[in-house]
Design a protein around this ligand. Structure first.
Ligand code: MIC
Ligand code: SF4
Length: 642
């Protein structure tokens, strides 16, 4: 069969299983990346695994999320990660070096290779033709220790691009367009593969923007071919030998195809509070803006920043607007400084932030009450900015910069300036932000008082009895399960503290409900756990005594994190039953160990309503073993099985 590029790379990395969509496979992993807010857990787990050496070709630990040092906590976490990196042979990217996905794309990703990262936007690297997948922290620790990763083989969704983007339209608008068409659930079970003549007009970083927000589609990953444009990018990044041409077989067979005519795309926005609430900029133009934030792993590339500088040049930020800009990497910041573009931004009245995630994850720059905030980021979930009442719109850098000077949401296609950016022949580098492991140096691990042991699951009991602590709507995010902002991110290595804030975007007493009832169940709707890769969204429920979550469907990474933590993800056989269950109903799940051996169903009895439900157990045989062992760490430690 003629294969899509995604399957070709999978095939060359296949350790176990067949190219059969829907079935679990094992692939070898060339590279891993971590960032600091998930990284502390990853490296605690790696220490627990204590491998003789790491098995990847390259592993990098980035510091980019927890950058505010308003107490010792974040600095402690950084010191811990740095010490494990040195001990285990992992490259450490210092704070200030840049956002993991942008830096990895610039310095390390190679076409045709595999990368997993403890961050949901790891697929950004698909922009150079690599398979890059976001995963839970423990999966990344295991990939370093053992060199492999298990996944359910997705089907491949072809997005055929034709035409060329019109003036003022960014790659961001392309992915917003795809989100409008497919929704935040539309990519679940798929790898998105971009093909067609339209690709030739998109730079590597444009492609990376599109792959980045494949995470918002729920896709396993997204990928572009590697072609002459990739080659030029890698040469300009000083990595000519990393280039290899990668493309789908001619007449490759895809499960689904949509065609997108780039020339028909207009500037778009995602309205509050979901990335798929898309409409044209024109429809919302004129809305008064309070804050504009430009940056994040979606839109912080050199060309995005240069376009912003062009739009700001000779203008000033409107009096009602606070404009903040964070370039994606130290190298981009250096290039902006050298070219004079930074001076144009500053002259216009922008606040320049360091190269980091910053406002994207609520690390500062929370907008004022009821503010309208325009962000070039990828997620606008309610409360993520740190201000519950803020109205966050996701936009392109062009829309952001133009709106910042106009003071209202404004359509950049009305601009009358040249926005063609000539990319550098040589980007140079700021590799002094990397610390390479010192083989002869001190190998001790530094653990400050903020670093607490992580919770471990346990073998399941025969029957699980408990109350429904919470019943949620569809599309609940991990930002709901464990919110993240400047007050909570410093506690990513302190699960007991984080657990006090579980589900606090939905109810303010989840912690009490769980502790007063000795744990219980969560009942979810469709796409439960969408969004980030944070395994804290499983570790916190585990700490609070949750042993099973029953949902209509689960988001991929969160489902895996539940299993890794020893929590059973169950599906309604009859989704009607969802409407029968209420909060505080008491449920009993019977014969768990037996069911985990080989059954596809678990019987659930609702003692409050005297009703019986059949729940589906849709898991692989390896996942059965993991759940029987009480979680992935216990399973891996006690098993040499791949
Ligand atoms: C995010 O964008 O939500 C994050 C913060 O980068 C997360 C990781 C985390 O929660 O630490 C992600 O996308 O996986
Ligand atoms: Fe950082 Fe935001 Fe990207 Fe997450 S989405 S990695 S917080 S920039």
């Amino acid at each position: 069969m003629q294969l899509p590029l995604f399957y070709k790379i999978i095939k060359s990395h296949l350790i176990n299983g067949d190219l059969e969509p829907g079935k679990e496979i094992t692939i070898s992993i060339n590279q891993t990346l971590t960032q600091d807010s998930t990284g502390t857990m990853v490296y605690l787990q790696l220490e627990a695994l204590n491998p003789p050496s790491i098995k990847t070709d390259l592993s990098v630990a980035y510091i980019d999320h927890n950058m505010l040092q308003s107490g010792f906590e974040n600095a402690d976490d950084h010191a811990f990660i740095k010490s494990v990196a040195n001990k285990r042979g992992i490259v450490f990217s210092k704070p200030g070096g840049g956002i993991c996905h942008q830096v990895h794309l610039e310095r390390f990703t190679k076409p045709g290779t595999t990368l997993i990262g403890s961050d949901s936007h790891t697929p950004t690297a698909g922009g150079v033709g690599a398979i890059a997948i976001g995963a839970g922290g423990l999966d990344v620790a295991v990939a370093m220790a053992k060199g492999y990763y298990h996944l359910i083989l997705p089907e491949v969704y072809e997005v055929k691009l034709i035409g060329k983007l019109p003036f003022g339209v960014n790659a961001k608008d392309v992915i917003l367009h795809v989100l409008e068409k497919l929704s935040v659930k539309g990519g679940v079970g798929y790898a998105m593969e971009y093909t067609g003549p339209g690709i030739a007009s998109l730079s590597v970083t444009d492609r990376a923007t599109i792959c980045n927000m494949g995470a918002e589609l729920g896709a396993t990953t997204s990928i572009f071919p590697s072609d002459d444009i990739t080659k030029e990018f890698l040469i300009a990044q000083g990595r000519p030998n990393d280039y290899v041409k990668m493309e789908a077989d001619e007449n490759a067979v895809y499960s689904k195809t949509i065609e997108v005519d780039l020339s028909e795309i207009k500037p778009l926005v995602a309205k509050p509070h979901m990335p798929d609430e898309v409409c044209s900029v024109e429809e919302v133009s004129g809305i008064k803006v309070d804050q504009v934030a430009i940056g994040s792993c979606t839109n912080s590339s050199y060309s995005d920043m240069m376009k912003v500088a062009r739009i700001l040049e000779g203008n000033h930020v409107a009096p009602n607007v606070d404009l903040v800009i964070s370039p994606g990497s130290a190298n981009i910041l250096r290039l902006l400084a050298e070219s004079g573009a930074l001076a144009k931004m500053i002259s216009a009245g922008a606040r320049i932030l360091e190269s980091a995630c910053g406002p994207c994850i609520g690390m500062g720059q929370s907008p004022k009450t009821d503010a309208v905030s325009l962000r070039t980021f990828n997620r606008n979930f309610k409360g993520r900015s740190g201000t519950m009442s803020a109205q966050v719109y996701l936009v392109s850098p062009e829309t952001a910069a133009y709106s910042a000077i106009k003071g209202t949401i404004s359509d950049p296609s009305n601009l009358d300036i040249n926005l063609d950016i000539t990319l550098p022949d040589n980007y140079g580098s700021t590799d002094n932000y990397f610390i390479y492991p010192d083989t002869k140096g001190d190998k001790s691990v530094v653990m400050g008082p903020n670093i607490k042991p992580f919770p471990l699951g346990s073998k399941p009991e025969n029957d699980i009895k408990g109350k429904v602590l919470l019943k949620t709507e569809d599309n609940i995010t991990t930002d709901d399960i464990v919110p993240s902002h400047s007050k909570l991110l410093p506690f990513r290595s302190n699960v007991p503290h984080l657990s006090k804030f579980a589900f606090s975007t939905i109810v303010d007493d989840f912690h009490e409900r769980a502790t007063q009832n000795n744990g219980g169940f969560i009942v979810g709707g469709e796409n439960y756990g969408q969004g980030s890769s944070r395994e804290h969204a499983a570790l916190v429920p585990l700490h609070l005594g949750i042993r099973a979550v029953i949902a209509k469907s689960f988001a991929r990474i969160h489902r895996n994190n539940l299993i890794n933590s020893g929590i059973i993800p169950l599906l309604w056989s009859n989704t009607e039953d969802y409407s029968h269950v209420n909060e505080m109903d008491e449920l009993i799940l019977y014969d768990i160990p037996e069911a985990l051996k080989d059954r596809d169903e678990i019987i659930c009895y609702n003692t409050t309503r005297d009703e019986k439900y059949i729940l589906k157990l849709s898991i692989s045989s390896r996942e059965r073993d993991i759940l029987q062992a009480g979680g992935y760490l216990l399973y891996v430690q006690s098993s040499e099985v791949i």
